[in-house]
Design a binder for this molecule. Structure first.
Ligand SMILES: [Zn+2]
Length: 275
């Protein structure tokens, strides 16, 4: 999955650091990121020394091994010869995997800083805390932490069969699993039962945890579960979010692991009889 970058090590310990010439700099211009694309979907992030001049606000994000990554909000004119803006959609599954993960994760932090420049309570300008990754309002003491929305994803099984779905919306034609955001006041299990009922009109039981995944593209933390169908095996597309929900036996499953998403990892685990 996208976060599985071993033997490289992600360290998100917060510190108010300043960038050195060798540190990597994320410069976003939504929906794009300054980078260099090479053969084999290789992505390179510029280091501070790759800019002929760059001033602005630098924010330390995280490290991977000894490499430190910063976000910059540039001011004035800057140049980075050899680098261009690439669409952040291209970062999914690019190489090396640890840079793909770093860029996607940086994108989530960039959005969080961008979206919280002013206090939602009093309208004052937010400031950055120096001890933890937190924004605070000096006027009313409001505090804001990074946005991480919990979401469930579930493989509904019936013995040797799993229910795969396809979304109704255009542009995404791949098979997926039932998934959805947790609502306030719900446990993960309650979210799962509600989403299954809403999307495919089924009841489930024997909910069992599989794995989780940070999915920075949508500011979510995915919790993956398998569960068994209970009662009717006939899916009904209830809320219009899906256009297809079909049972596939292990040897009929039409998708394979992409090394990126929890969805595919779960489908592959079922196909191989590991769950
Ligand atoms: Zn305030």
């Amino acid at each position: 999955m996208i976060q599985d970058i071993a033997p490289h090590r992600y360290d998100n310990h917060f510190a108010p650091l300043s960038p050195a010439p060798e540190d990597r700099i994320f410069l976003f211009s939504p929906p794009k990121l300054l980078a260099r694309e090479g053969e084999g979907r290789v992505i390179q992030i510029p280091s501070l020394r790759d800019f002929t001049q760059l001033s602005g606000t630098f924010t330390y994000l995280f490290s991977i091994d000894q490499e430190r990554f910063f976000l910059v909000q540039p001011e004035g004119v800057w140049e980075a010869p050899g680098y261009t803006f690439v669409h952040t959609g291209a970062l999914r599954g690019c190489n090396p995997p640890e840079i793909s993960f770093a860029a996607v994760t940086a994108g989530q932090l960039f959005r969080w800083y961008q979206d919280n420049r002013f206090c939602g309570r009093c309208g004052g300008r937010m400031e950055r805390d120096s001890k933890e990754r937190m924004l605070f309002c000096p006027h009313c003491r409001n505090t804001v932490y990074p946005k991480i929305s919990p979401c469930i994803i579930t493989g509904i099984t019936d013995g040797d069969r799993i229910l795969l779905t396809r979304y109704a919306r255009s542009g995404y034609n791949h098979y997926a699993l039932v998934a959805g955001f947790c609502e306030i006041g719900e446990s993960l299990e309650e979210t799962l039962r509600r989403e299954v009922a809403e999307e495919v009109g089924l009841e489930v039981e024997n909910i069992r945890y599989f794995a989780s995944q940070p999915w920075s593209f949508s500011d979510t933390l995915l919790a993956g579960f398998f569960c068994d169908v209970k009662g009717s095996r006939e899916p009904r597309l209830v809320d219009g979010e899906l256009r297809e929900a079909s049972w596939f036996s292990r040897d009929e499953i039409p998708v394979s692991d992409d090394g990126v998403s929890l969805t595919r990892a779960m489908i592959e685990a079922f196909r191989q009889g590991k769950v």
